[in-house]
Design a protein around this ligand. Structure first.
Ligand code: PMP
Length: 357
């Protein structure tokens, strides 16, 4: 497993997968754990990145939050993860499903009693302009976030001012998975809607994902599958899950404490419209996974990700099945602007937009 990029600033994280940071010596922090850095890691200096924060474009280094910030101390924030795909032959960066992501962020914010500072249309335009200002010529990941910004003590949602930011970064792979990944059922149950709603992409809720992910990796798996409180399959640490049995595509319905993934929605649409597949959203038992013909995860970061085994049992014969392959390849064409019927999911970054300094 390895991330293709590491981010230079400060911190002591070990790059294993996903996003990681490396100390530079400019600030606090010790030396980089060189032995644990994946061979293909390229260091990206965050100092070169322009972000949007406090209502203006500014250098990453100049956009700071204080140590007592409510969102940091209590997890009272929410965010999105958006992908941008660089298509060299068109010299264009396609931003994927900005509208769907900002609509979901608006709902997450509402659940936490916050309001986005701009309309969804304005946020779409702002994000494209921000990416253009960064002059990215690589695949990217965009992280918009809205969080309780007061620097005070006292957990609550009401009467706390909020702040909004968008941070775009170069990014390619999240999980390295040519031959599919090994998934393991987590001993950590998915948070329940009645406790903290996974429907909202809430920063504090990612403790649940982090516990499950690290347990899975410590146990020799690549990714966790979390069950909900009543034992039904919910989702991965940062992915929705799909199962193929006897030509039918299944995924847990939204009442199974899943994040209602943008990729999940796209895959349901592609499966129905392009491959005429019967699609069923219902609760799934853990043991059904063991008898599945095919399993895959979906998510903005991973795309369509073939699951080779679950709890040490091969899925089918372990090889990627035909439905996963067809859907995955189609999705990869969609995100790079090769399927005109789905151009509505893409926002062009450079075409028709003057790039400001
Ligand atoms: N579930 C969780 C917990 C996630 O963090 C993600 C990633 N955002 C997903 C599912 C997949 O959602 P999407 O397809 O919108 O990225």
């Amino acid at each position: 497993m390895g991330a293709a990029f590491a981010f230079a600033r400060w911190g002591t994280a070990t790059p294993t997968d996903g996003l990681c940071v490396r100390p530079t010596g400019r600030r606090m922090g010790g030396r980089a754990p060189e032995c644990q850095r994946p061979k293909e890691t390229r260091i990206v200096d965050l100092a070169n990145i322009t972000v949007y924060a406090n209502g203006e474009f500014r250098a990453y280094e100049d956009a700071k939050v204080g140590l007592l910030t409510h969102g940091l101390q209590y997890g009272t924030g929410c965010f999105e993860g958006i992908r941008g795909y660089w298509v060299p032959e068109e010299r264009e960066l396609f931003l994927l499903q900005l509208r769907e992501h900002y609509e979901r962020l608006a709902i997450s914010a509402k659940i936490l009693m916050m309001r986005l500072p701009l309309s969804v249309d304005e946020l779409i335009e702002l994000t494209a302009e921000l990416c253009a200002r960064n002059r990215f010529e690589t695949d990217i990941y965009v992280r918009p976030c809205i969080f309780k910004a007061a620097e005070d003590v006292g957990v609550r949602l009401h009467n706390v001012p909020d702040a909004f930011a968008i941070i775009p970064i170069p990014f390619t792979r999240y999980l390295d998975a040519k031959d599919g990944i090994k998934a393991g059922t987590s001993s950590w149950r998915r948070a329940d809607d009645s406790a903290a709603p996974p429907r909202a992409k809430i920063t504090g809720l990612y403790v649940n994902s982090a516990l499950a992910k690290s347990e899975a990796v410590a146990n020799g798996f690549d990714e966790a599958i979390m069950l909900s409180h009543d034992g039904h399959v919910s989702e991965g640490s940062a992915e929705n899950i799909f199962m193929v049995r006897r030509g039918v595509l299944y995924t847990p319905d939204p009442s199974q404490n899943v994040l209602e993934g943008c990729t999940r929605r796209s895959i349901l649409e592609i499966a129905r419209n392009e491959f005429n597949l019967p699609v069923v959203e219902r609760s799934i038992d853990r043991s059904e996974l063991y008898g599945a013909d095919e399993l895959f995860f979906t998510g903005t970061a991973v795309g369509v990700l073939h699951i080779r085994s679950v709890d040490h049992r091969l899925v089918g014969d372990g090889a990627m099945g035909p439905i996963t392959k067809q859907i995955g390849e189609f999705y990869d064409r969609v995100v790079r602007g090769k399927e005109p019927a789905y151009a509505r999911w893409l926002t062009r970054t450079y075409a028709g937009r003057a790039v400001k300094a």
